[in-house]
Write a protein that binds this ligand. Structure first.
Ligand SMILES: [Zn+2]
Ligand SMILES: [Zn+2]
Length: 337
């Protein structure tokens, strides 16, 4: 079968590989659409995954075969896998803190993922994709689960205002979720014009072009110098993450969803004096059903975030190279398998 195999930084090869074999508790899935995510781009740029890995951790697909002990799934079922496979044995798993699992596997990151014509997955990681949810929209279940989890770890309440730093897919989903959760005002900053315009089309109260304007001055003017109740950091860049301490209201919260490769300098003095809350959050797991329900209800419609759908053969040129180009206007690129 054909697959996109990660061989190292700046080296992904689409090539023929053996078809995966399923164990008794596994399901063989034919991926339909696979999203390329920021983590994949970091691996492409910095070389984070092991060589020989088939990438792809946010995807939808159809069941084509099941192991002998699998009773929940059958051929033809539409599924969306959770990218996190917890060990189910460690102290964190036993307390349902699955994203902290000490021995987790991650589909498309530590074990073979969806950028292939077939993928074998444990039956336990699959969720049913409702018939009313198309395969493209279903790709957003995984990133939305991250945002749902992040918000649930804060004390965000209706009537509070929000600033989203970085309007890539996670930032855009954060804007929509903040709206649903009753934000009084939503501001967003972004350095790429196309991404900022997409945020503005979602009906934010103000967009800030962080390349041309001082984010802190704009936020000051929007909030009468108070700062916002919640900053959602989705850039994964050290500069904006550090600046969040100057943008948040006294007693407010910084929710960090972006993953910065570089250490971030933090103004802990302001943090203490203003009694700030800094909440980090990683992967969704238990949040999958809520993410599916939000998409199914159309309260969050991520289809405008899909700027391009490409074939597997084009995943390097039209996917990874295009997305990491400094002038890229892409937001979410899907690979059609
Ligand atoms: Zn991801
Ligand atoms: Zn565990």
């Amino acid at each position: 079968m054909k697959a996109a195999v990660y061989e190292g930084a700046n080296d992904i090869q689409v090539k023929e590989v053996p078809e995966p074999q399923i164990g008794p508790a596994d399901v063989l899935v034919k991926p339909k659409y696979v999203g390329i995510c920021g983590t994949d781009l970091s691996a492409w740029e910095y070389g984070m995954y092991e060589g020989g890995l088939i990438m792809g951790h946010e995807f939808t697909g159809e069941v084509v075969d099941v192991g002998e002990n699998v009773s929940k799934w059958k051929k033809g079922d539409r599924v969306v896998p959770n990218s996190l496979i917890p060990c189910a044995k460690c102290s964190f798993c036993s307390r349902k803190k699955h994203s902290l699992c000490e021995d987790m596997q991650m589909v498309g990151i530590s074990i073979n993922g969806g950028l292939a014509e077939l993928v074998a997955l444990p039956e336990t990681v699959l969720h049913r994709l409702p018939d009313s949810l198309d395969y493209k929209t279903g790709v957003f279940v995984e990133p939305l689960s991250i945002v749902v989890r992040g918000f649930s770890r804060t004390s965000f309440a209706p009537g509070e205002n929000v600033l989203v730093l970085g309007t890539g897919p996670i930032g855009l989903l954060s804007i929509r979720l903040a709206r649903i959760k009753g934000a009084s005002a939503i501001y967003a900053s972004e350095i790429k014009r196309a991404r900022l315009e997409m945020a503005e089309r979602l009906g934010i109260d103000a967009g800030i072009n962080a390349k041309e304007e001082a984010v802190s001055l704009r936020v000051e003017s929007f909030t009468n110098g108070m700062g916002v109740d919640l900053v959602v950091e989705c850039t994964g860049a050290p500069g904006p993450t550090a600046e969040a301490f100057q943008l948040v209201k006294r007693g407010g919260t910084i929710l960090v969803l972006g993953i910065s490769e570089e250490p971030v300098e933090a103004d802990f003095m302001t943090g203490v004096l203003n009694e700030l809350n800094v909440q980090f959050s990683y992967l969704g797991f238990a949040e999958f059903p809520e993410a599916i329900a939000l998409l199914e209800s159309r309260r969050i419609d991520p289809t405008p975030f899909i700027t391009k759908v490409i074939p597997l053969d084009q995943v390097v040129e039209e996917g990874f190279e295009a997305l990491t180009h400094p002038d890229s206007n892409e937001v979410k690129v899907l690979v059609e398998i």
